[in-house]
Design a protein around this ligand. Structure first.
Ligand SMILES: Cc1cc2nc3c(=O)[nH]c(=O)nc-3n(C[C@H](O)[C@H](O)[C@H](O)COP(=O)(O)OP(=O)(O)OC[C@H]3O[C@@H](n4cnc5c(N)ncnc54)[C@H](O)[C@@H]3O)c2cc1C
Length: 508
């Protein structure tokens, strides 16, 4: 048993947890962070991210406040557009088929910009996401899809900045420490039981913030909750998110919430490692340029609308569709006209790639795609394209197919100019959607929607936010928003409890 009593224990070491820790310290609490990973693998999925944040903004003047170095020249050549609270709210609704908890959605939207400014005060720097969220088209950049900024240094830079800030403010961090259950103190939480090097230890605290991710790295839970076949998916990020925080809270009386059979999953390098490796070349698995490709399955058939919307609004649901194809794989096929738009990760070591001067040769080289099926698909696809509409990757250009069973709604360029390139993809899982129910103060709720005394939650283990799909770059934003709220609420809970005890002592 650890003798020290903390005000707040934060379980997890990613963006949501560190935001909670920083905010709890701001509220005057003593804080211990428990990170299951060893120090060199710290930071959870947050450290794997590109660092994109989806926030409300009204154009260049707002972006300049977040990126003070933005030059007049950059501003002149860039259309940042605007992303209003209404746009954000609409996207969250539309993308989740209107299942998102509206109160939680409201909190994310209305706190997004302010929380980005708060992260800046903690020492996080932001930069515009040229190249990923805007293309140079005829000398001008136009941002699309609601995401303009990302943390300098990506997710790794974000987590480093947050850890630096936390350490500076006296937050204690214990690595290699796995939380396994919540301790009781009467009707309230009393701390956390952990396992370190195989040995159990109880650590006492007045409040606990659970921010230790979903269950995407737990093969058994994946098969159990997402369905058969999901144990085969590749985990894009950390291996440590196995649902522990969810289980701890459920055992303590929490209510399960959200879409337990849903997850964020993408088309991902087919032969990627089973888990991501934060200190390895983990971004090599990205295959996000598919809107400029056609995707074919083993039968050589197209099976989804590659250009249904901007990448941010489709990628998180396409992993599941790849998993459902025969053999759970597909190929993304590009021709020379769009080769310049293919993201850098496709060029990294480890890509399952074939290249050929003719489509026939490409079909041969892919090896596990029906030869005639593929050539027929390409022929029909090329014949179905609206030739009079210009291709423009910065907007939903409406250059679509007509009359196919599976439409391509935008960016439907012909596949006719060699050399051709094809990349094989499988399903990569990012995070799971099911989890705990919280209220707008990030208190974890029981089955009667009453707060569990002293238990708060933030990040991927919160249920009720995403269903079926996910608008890109909401995860970090929601994690920071609710992490900040959870830390503040936990500190307030500790202060109230301390005040009550002092009152009782005086009265006694
Ligand atoms: C490759 C990739 C790219 C992504 N890109 C983006 C992006 O650009 N923008 C965006 O918004 N989102 C992105 N996401 C999603 C994003 O990572 C998540 O939404 C977000 O990071 C979740 O933060 P979190 O703090 O809840 O979880 P995590 O960052 O995963 O942190 C969970 C932490 O809990 C720890 N932990 C787990 N179990 C225990 C335990 N029992 N005891 C103690 N600690 C435990 C883990 O080690 C980890 O440190 C991406 C995800 C991946 C995998």
């Amino acid at each position: 048993m650890s003798g020290k009593q903390y005000d707040v224990i934060v379980v997890g070491g990613g963006n949501a947890a560190l935001s909670a820790a920083l905010s709890a310290v701001e509220g005057g609490a003593s804080v211990l962070v428990l990170e299951r990973a060893p120090e060199h693998k710290r930071g959870g999925n947050s450290a794997f991210t590109g660092g994109g944040f989806r926030m409300v903004h009204h154009g260049a003047a707002d972006i300049k406040k977040i990126v003070p170095d933005l030059s007049d020249e950059d501003i002149a050549k860039t259309d940042f557009g605007e992303y209003t609270a209404e746009n954000y709210f609409d996207d969250l609704g539309r993308i989740t088929q209107y299942h998102i908890d509206p109160e939680l959605a409201d909190i994310i939207v209305n706190n997004s910009t302010d929380t980005v400014h708060w992260l800046m005060q903690q020492g996080v720097k932001f930069v515009p996401n040229y190249g990923r969220q805007a293309f140079n088209h005829n000398g001008r950049f136009k941002f699309f899809g609601g995401v303009v900024i990302y943390a300098n240094g990506g997710g790794a830079g974000l987590v480093e900045a947050e850890i630096r800030a936390a350490e500076k403010r006296g937050v204690e961090i214990r690595y290699g420490t796995r939380a396994v259950s919540l301790l009781r103190n009467g009707a309230a939480v009393g701390g956390v039981r952990v396992i370190v090097d195989g040995i159990e230890e109880d650590i006492h605290a007045t409040a606990v913030v659970l921010a230790c991710g979903g269950f995407e790295a737990n093969r058994e839970w994946r098969a159990r909750y997402l369905g058969p076949g999901w144990e085969m998916a590749k985990v894009r990020g950390t291996r440590y998110n196995t649902g522990d925080g969810i289980k701890m809270a459920l055992d303590f009386g929490a209510q399960s919430y959200g879409q337990w059979s849903g997850c964020h999953s993408v088309s991902w390098e087919r032969y990627a490692n089973d888990f991501g490796d934060v200190d390895g070349q983990h971004s090599a698995g990205y295959r996000h340029s598919y809107p400029y490709s056609i995707m074919v399955n083993a039968e050589g058939k197209r099976f989804l609308d590659e250009g249904a919307d901007f990448r941010n609004y489709t990628y998180a649901k396409y992993g599941r569709i790849v998993l459902q194809q025969p053999g759970s794989y597909a190929w993304q096929v590009f021709d020379a006209q769009v080769a310049h738009l293919i993201r850098d990760e496709y060029k990294m070591r480890g890509a399952t790639k074939v290249k050929a001067d003719t489509l026939e040769e490409l079909a041969d080289k892919m090896g596990d795609v029906d030869y005639h099926g593929f050539l027929n698909t390409v022929r029909e696809y090329n014949d179905s394209i609206k030739k009079d509409v210009d291709f423009d990757p910065n907007i939903k250009d409406g250059k679509s197919t007509v009359g196919l069973a599976v439409t391509k709604s935008n960016w439907a360029n012909t596949i006719e100019k060699g050399p051709f390139e094809a990349y094989s993809v499988g399903c990569g899982i990012t995070f799971t959607f099911g989890g705990l129910k919280i209220n707008t103060e990030a208190q974890v709720l029981d089955i009667e929607d009453q707060p569990l005394s002293g238990v708060f939650a933030a990040g991927e283990l919160v249920g009720g936010l995403y269903y079926f799909n996910y608008p890109g770059s909401t995860g970090l934003m929601a994690g920071a928003v609710f992490g900040r709220i959870a830390g503040r609420s936990a500190a307030a809970y500790v202060n109230t409890k301390a005040a009550k005890q002092a009152e009782q002592a005086v009265a006694g």
